[in-house]
Design a protein around this ligand. Structure first.
Ligand code: FAD
Length: 508
């Protein structure tokens, strides 16, 4: 009984979220949903003068879990954020100019005899009977035809298990989550923080002071203040690991353009001579951006390339965003946890930033602290998040490193750069006999690695020896069957635009 009372005394009572971008409002929504009893006060501070980064519109399928955990109705969310569905990312001009491949969500083919399907496909490739593993992937084929539908109960058909994510308007998503959070009692304070007040004896954050002079005190501070890391870096002095020698892009021009017709069900990432361009289709407009390295291309040229390569009229003037790829040395320090851009940024190539916000929040809820912060728990959190960052980093570097492009100084640099040993090992293992192993729940699974490695023109010396256990005739029969089932499913699917029209069209 005695220890129970102590435990209660030790509860955190006020959580202060600094920042009202995607990270801030995702944090507010999660905390208000799970700390719902009135023992907790959740305050979010944001400054209209400073604004948000205003990009971040493509996601990965895990976002569905986030929305579900908040009991958000998916169709309502889609309508209000003008969202579209995303089946994967098309990479154009990456392995070589003129190439195109799709990193699709979900499965490829059908695993057989406990072996991943792609090993059987490697045999087919070796026999010169298949050029593209995407021919056996529902999401890839549907993307090529701008088709989409959600899963239905269709037995063994791939239609029973369609993996998808969303493209959405980041500003509208933050607004959506703001309404959600305010309904659950989150208090929003508009104002610019001009000072962070530390406890002199411990160095913990006690309060933040606004330009109006008002002080907002708290027990736990979530730093969602964007790249600057107002609390974690500027106030607590946590350093930054710069990864730009591996991920050399440091700038992006972003511009919206008219909506696309037909409406694609995938993101496109087109490599240029010193970076790449995104195309993100929304219901009412298209998001475009040219991510480039300022060491290899000046800003004006990068802007010209962007504008030359958008489809349809631009709807605003391009906006320049600068960043440094990397991560904070620590994500949680004392009573401050950095989430979103304040915690690091690895560039948007595989749409992973919003996911990192979501997974940080899941970890925080699992390890929600007491007022007596426990250093072992903090260390464990930092280790887990650091691992997640590093595995995503390796996956991103793969896209730059494994290329045959030699048409610009940028691509020559990328092709020849040193890479982390962890990535080199993954590449070597794949090159030998096509094996890929997923370490400790790293974000991207085996088939994601395989799709990108093959798409970037990597080849393997062999394939899993047990593939040859299947007699040739049976092998042929099964491969043809897999292809037939997928093609039949594709025929059944409606167009992406048609599906949205029927289920979740936004009203604007
Ligand atoms: P911000 O949006 O910058 O918000 C910071 C907040 O802090 C603002 O509300 C601001 O007002 C507040 N603030 C700052 N200083 C103060 C102060 N002194 N006082 C009060 N308030 C303050 N992610 C994806 O998942 N998919 C993508 O496709 C994708 N594309 C991207 C493209 C680019 C070019 C970039 C740069 C990022 C992209 N991201 C993407 C990342 C994504 O944009 C961010 O992860 C996401 O928007 C979260 O940002 P944030 O909330 O951390 O920061």
């Amino acid at each position: 009984m005695h220890s129970f009372i102590n435990n209660q005394d030790n509860h955190i009572k006020r959580v202060i979220i600094v920042g009202g971008g995607t990270a801030g409002w995702m944090s507010a929504a999660t905390l208000s949903r799970y700390l719902k009893n009135n023992r907790y006060e959740i305050i979010l501070i944001e400054s209209d003068d400073i604004g948000t980064v205003g990009v971040g519109e493509a996601t990965i399928p895990q976002i569905q879990l986030f929305n579900k955990s908040l009991n958000i109705d998916e169709d309502d969310f889609i309508r209000k954020t003008h969202a579209t569905f995303k089946l994967g990312i098309e990479f154009v001009n990456w392995g070589q100019k003129g190439d195109s491949y799709i990193h699709a969500f979900g499965s490829v083919g059908h695993d057989m005899e406990s072996l991943p399907f792609y090993h059987y496909w490697l045999k087919l490739q070796k026999q010169g009977r298949s050029k593209d593993i995407g021919d056996y992937c529902l999401n890839t084929l549907a993307s090529k035809k701008n088709k989409f539908m959600r899963s239905i109960d269709a037995g063994n058909s791939p239609l029973s298990n369609i993996a998808y994510a969303f493209h959405f308007d980041a500003g509208l998503y933050a607004k959506y989550l703001r309404e959600y959070s305010e309904k659950l009692g989150v208090k929003r304070v508009e104002g610019k923080i001009v000072e962070v007040n530390l406890e002199s004896s411990t160095g913990y954050i006690r309060a933040v002071t606004l330009a109006s002079g008002e002080q907002v005190a708290g027990d736990l501070f979530i730093d969602c203040s964007g790249f600057q890391g107002l609390l974690i870096a500027q106030s607590l002095g946590v350093g930054y690991q710069n990864w730009s020698h591996w991920l050399p892009c440091d700038s992006a021009w972003a511009v919206p353009s008219q909506k696309l017709d037909p409406l694609p069900s995938y993101t496109r990432a087109t490599a240029h001579s010193a970076g790449w361009q995104w195309r993100i289709p929304l219901q009412h407009r298209t998001g475009n951006g040219h991510v480039f390295s300022s060491k290899f291309m000046d800003e004006e040229e990068a802007k010209k390339i962007l504008l030359k390569n958008i489809q349809g009229e631009k709807l605003a003037e391009p906006r320049l965003i600068k960043f440094v790829t990397g991560r904070r040395d620590k994500f949680w320090h004392k009573n401050c946890i950095a989430i979103g851009l304040a915690s690091g940024f690895m560039e948007p190539l595989e749409s992973t930033s919003i996911h990192l916000v979501q997974s940080a929040l899941a970890r925080i809820m699992a390890m929600f602290p007491h007022k007596k912060f426990n250093q072992d728990e903090i260390d464990s959190y930092n280790e887990q998040v650091g691992f997640e960052y590093e595995k995503i980093r390796d996956f991103l570097i793969l896209h730059y490193k494994v290329t045959e492009r030699n048409d610009s100084a940028f691509w020559n640099y990328c092709r020849e750069m040193d890479i982390p040993p962890s990535l080199q090992q993954k590449i070597n293992v794949f090159k030998a006999n096509g094996h890929v192993f997923r370490f400790n729940n790293e974000l991207f699974n085996e088939i994601s690695w395989v799709e990108v490695m093959l798409g970037q023109r990597m080849t393997t010396e062999g394939y899993h020896p047990l593939v040859d256990v299947l007699p040739e005739e049976e092998f042929d029969r099964r491969m043809a069957q897999v292809k037939r089932v997928i093609d039949t499913a594709i025929d059944y699917m409606p167009s992406h635009a048609e599906y949205i029209e029927k289920t979740c069209k936004s009203t604007v």
